[in-house]
Write a protein that binds this ligand. Sequence first.
Ligand SMILES: [Zn+2]
Length: 259
Amino acid sequence: MQKFITFLVRKIPRPILIKFSFLFSKLTSVFYKGNKYKCPVCQNEFRKLLPYGNKGIDNRLCPSCLSLERHRLLWLFLKEKTDFFERKIKLLHIAPEQPFLKKFKNLSNLEYITADLVSPIADVKLDIQNIPFAENEFDVVFANHVLEHIPDEHKAISEVFRILKNGGWAIMQVPLDVKRNTTYEDSSIVTPSEREKHFGQYDHLRLHGLDFAQRLEKGGFKVEIIDLVSEIGIEKSDYYRLDNTEKIYLCKKNTNDTK
Ligand SMILES: [Zn+2]
């Protein structure tokens, strides 16, 4: 049975798995039940997690809510480092991550707007390089795993800065190569196979490096890099199955400081 589940996870794209997750999680919760790992998003415990990715690396995908390492880290960050779950917040969620969608919709403190360039389930269709909202409108903006797809990244970052209220903040995580000091971009690399080879995925336009904070700062933000994995320690980060190299880039808009 476990082999069958692994086979399904490898063969079926994650968005389809998510669509049928109510069935899937019933199936997997029996076979993956345990107490070795815990998903902080759905609060369930498992003996192991599902494999994920081309190489089918084990222990990555939550058998219940289908969260990945980056979703679990962001959830913990929101819980432990922000008042996201308590304060009245107007949130724009660009390219909304499925494991968060239902949870955010159920939070009564949020005025929650989802947006996407293509997805029909989003509230608003928009291009992040030209956001159809007035300035100073949102308390929080999420646009995770978006910037690596965007031709004019600087314009996108500046647009998110523009629509945030003073004192507001954004999270715009990207796949980051921690061995790289400078972001790798080359506009002559255009074919899907070349992009996959150079940037790690067929539709990525760059591979971000450690200069990511400076790139965010160029759009006007003050950036705080939060290493939550180090703060909570190796044992707990293994319990939650986090990526030990990922850090949260908290982007704050504070125009009072710059005047
Ligand atoms: Zn979960």
